[in-house]
Write a protein of this length. Structure first.
Length: 549
């Protein structure tokens, strides 16, 4: 087994070895796309680390029986596992191979102690149907072998961030089967950077969506800055629109410490257009090449240094299969618009405003609320799942809030600039996630559960040429209408777990208190919701041999 592999040795089929990021960086490199050089500490190396040191069994034991909906318990277990990984010595043979690879990279680029970016690359990350946006960590401007090894270890530990544990459990990924590789790549000291979707991620339209801001791309990806947004019509080969937004902050390399810092954007650049026509020409040409090479719409990250565009990441767009025809507001002029931003995830819903200023306030988000915050982070995903819609001050249509909202199928308005100051807790509002508007009050046509919009999927399905029926899996009863809209022949697996978790009580407590009938009614109600939607099609329900503790 090779502990490390350089990009030139990897391709898109090497996800089990290099994870999503690593495999795709290898694929881009070998396709002749401009990619900064680097190598991958393979997923097998991580596996070797946890088995050779004997900590794998300890990790599995800590995860056993974990209630991911108990925020405090989840965070406690996460901290314990990360501490275990960070304090466990890396075997000498693994360290030696990482040192040799870093020294070779330094020689290849002719720079002593070359500055690198160190990124996690999970083996289930960036797969179709699985958006792991922001679940593991990235470390920028790392130099010197000691710091490289330290941050490789941090990336391994980030596989067990609370948000990552929660996300895997919610999406039925077996923790023990999701390994992590680590990408070590020469840093591009970007003057401007951002993201590019080769089709519109919200609608699937044949237009590229490009977002850019000053400095490193961290500001765009994290949503801490509202970037410029360009829509490029691929059919007519022309810029459809370019929106200049106010860029308040930027990430850059501190010339004294060499570390990544967040600073204020110089006044003369705040409202200046980021991307020149030449920048857009290079980006759109690369976007076409990448989509043609993969034969699929792609989500990419890029950086520009000395007028040259470098591609830093590429992955499949994971939300296109979930595109739905959603209702939008039709009488804007008759409604009071409180604020407006970018339409980041379509849909029209009403709900109660809950402003979240920090992670300690996540518990205030109840089912059907409108989550309002400066910008979401991966740690907010559990609360985002409870929300009916998301509104943010910062971020563009490719920020974390936008990506997760599209995956969850809930409306999102990003980049309002003032939502947390003009909205108030416990006030009813309606958000239009397609037009980017937040209205006062509720709409008679909007429903607290995303209305019936989820029932009309705008996907032209090919005829099913199969003898056997094609069924869907349903994890939550609330997703039944969306599942039915796929045209499936029924439900092949209706899970019990989420119905059980929704009670907030362990089965033993129901039994101990003589409330067995109450539990039966909860499960029956959940099953009935799905059966009603799919009738007369077959629904297979999986019973759960739940632990009583």
């Amino acid at each position: 087994m090779n502990y490390v592999e350089f990009f030139k040795q990897l391709g898109k089929d090497d996800i089990p070895i290099a994870g999503g990021k690593g495999a795709n960086l290898g694929e881009l490199t070998n396709a002749g796309i401009p990619v900064p050089p680097g190598f991958v500490v393979t997923a097998g190396t991580y596996r070797k680390f946890i088995t050779k040191t004997g900590i794998e069994d300890q990790i599995n034991q800590m995860l056993k029986g974990l209630d991911i909906n108990n925020t405090n318990e989840l965070q406690k277990v996460s901290d314990q596992i990360k501490e275990l990984i960070i304090t466990t010595a890396i075997p000498d043979d693994i360290q030696r191979m990482i040192i040799e690879a870093y020294n070779k990279l330094c020689m290849d680029v002719d720079i002593k102690d070359v500055v690198v970016a160190i990124r996690s690359s999970a083996t289930a990350e960036d797969l179709p149907d699985a958006s792991f946006a922001g679940q593991q960590d990235t470390y920028l401007n790392i130099s010197g072998i000691d710091d490289v090894i330290e941050n490789v270890r941090k990336c391994w530990a980030s596989l067990f961030e609370a948000r990552a544990i929660f996300y895997r459990a919610e999406n039925d990924f077996d923790h023990s089967q999701v390994l992590i590789a680590v990408v070590v790549q020469q840093m591009v000291n970007s003057e401007k950077a951002g993201v590019m979707f080769t089709v519109d991620p919200s609608t699937g339209a044949e237009e590229m969506l490009i977002e850019g801001a000053w400095g490193l791309g961290e500001g765009v990806v994290s949503g801490t800055v509202t970037p410029d947004t360009c829509r490029y019509d691929k059919v007519n080969d022309e810029i459809k629109s370019y929106r200049v937004n106010t860029k308040k902050t930027m990430f850059t390399k501190d010339p004294e410490t060499g570390k990544t810092v967040q600073i204020d954007v110089p006044e003369e650049l705040r409202d200046k257009r980021v991307l020149t026509d030449e920048d857009l020409k290079q980006l759109t040409q690369l976007g076409r090449r990448i989509q043609k090479h993969y034969q699929a719409p792609m989500d990419t990250e890029w950086g520009i240094e000395n007028d040259k565009v470098y591609m830093l990441q590429a992955r499949p767009i994971t939300t296109l299969d979930n595109i739905t025809e959603v209702e939008e507001s039709s009488d804007d002029e008759e409604r009071v618009i409180i604020t407006r931003g970018l339409g980041a995830s379509p849909g029209l819903v009403s709900g109660t405003v809950k402003i979240v200023s920090n992670l300690d306030e996540l518990d205030k988000i109840l089912d059907g609320d409108i989550l309002v915050t400066t910008m979401t982070t991966p740690d907010m995903v559990p609360a985002m799942k409870r929300a009916n819609g998301i509104v943010t001050d910062e971020g563009g249509v490719t920020c974390h809030a936008a990506i997760i909202s599209r995956e969850l199928g809930i409306p999102c308005v990003s980049g309002t600039g003032n939502a947390t100051s003009v909205l108030e807790d416990n006030v009813e509002v309606t958000i239009d996630g397609k037009k980017g508007l937040v209205f006062e009050g509720t709409f008679a046509s909007s429903d607290s559960s995303q209305q019936e919009s989820e029932s009309t999927v705008n996907v032209q399905a090919a005829p099913l040429l199969t003898v056997t029926d094609v069924k869907v899996n349903v994890s939550m009863a609330e997703a039944a209408k969306k599942a039915y809209a796929t045209g499936a022949d029924g439900v092949g697996l209706l899970r019990t777990e989420h119905m059980m978790l929704a009670t907030g009580t362990v089965p033993y407590k129901f039994i101990d208190e003589g409330r067995e009938d109450e539990l039966v009614h909860v499960l029956a109600d959940g099953i009935l919701k799905v059966v009603d939607v799919f009738y007369p099609k077959t629904v297979w329900y999986r019973t759960l041999d739940a632990p009583t503790d």
